[in-house]
Design a protein around this ligand. Sequence first.
Ligand code: NDP
Length: 245
Amino acid sequence: MRTVLITGASSGIGAACAQVLATESNYRLLLCARRADRLTSLTNEIHSLHPNVDIHSFTLDVRDNAEVKRAIASLPTEWQNIDVLINNAGLSQGLDALQDGDTDDWDRMIDTNVKGLLYVSKTVIPLLKKSTRAHIINIGSIAGKEVYPNGNVYCATKHAVDALNKAMRIDLLPFGIKVTAINPGMVETEFSEVRFKGDKERAKNVYAGVVPLSGLDIAETIRYVLSLPAHVNINDLLIMPTAQA
Ligand code: NDP
């Protein structure tokens, strides 16, 4: 049985990971995000389909290092053995040329996508070191491999995730902890709506001419990555909608 901690589990890719891993009999799920109501309804939904899955959820803002430390330290004893960390919480805000960008948006992206991932990783790694099948999955992006018009700061944060994924792999090698980056192209989640601050029309237009990936597509990929034998690791995976340029 492996315990999986998923950040940003309240929607999109994170919620899909919980739904997919719940279909297997060998995972226990630790779910966190800021929206408690979403975590509760996800837990209820999973339990209605898979009553025996062990789930513990808690609210967490990954940008707050003190809160991250406190939340992990105060997990019930039976949830202190974490085997898998899925660093998924993240967002994009605004899609403007650098000179027109909103510096509050920049702070939000850097604080969540980069500093949040670092805070959670640093806090959870001591627990992962005790596991015999430890694995960190970092959700990067095609934006961590390329830069597109007006993507500037979001792309910079995902390039940082790309670098941190490589760095973690090197630093954690002596402890046998696997590290994998999953880098998706367009995935239809709340991501686009968050990016355009609730402008549904603009959010939908992003997918024009492309069948986007779903959260489940990414979650199924993660299920596969986690199923590989101990001596096999996928270090870095780019997964794109077939029609995305
Ligand atoms: P969603 O907006 O659907 O989900 C984002 C999740 O992150 C939510 O559960 C949200 O929960 C959580 N989150 C945001 N800020 C914080 C915070 N400060 N503390 C804790 N949790 C937070 O988008 P996706 O599922 O698409 O995004 C998941 C990841 O995938 C992100 O890292 C994103 O960059 C990446 N990605 C997405 C792509 C896409 O096209 N959708 C493409 C490539 C990568 P809550 O608001 O409740 O805190």
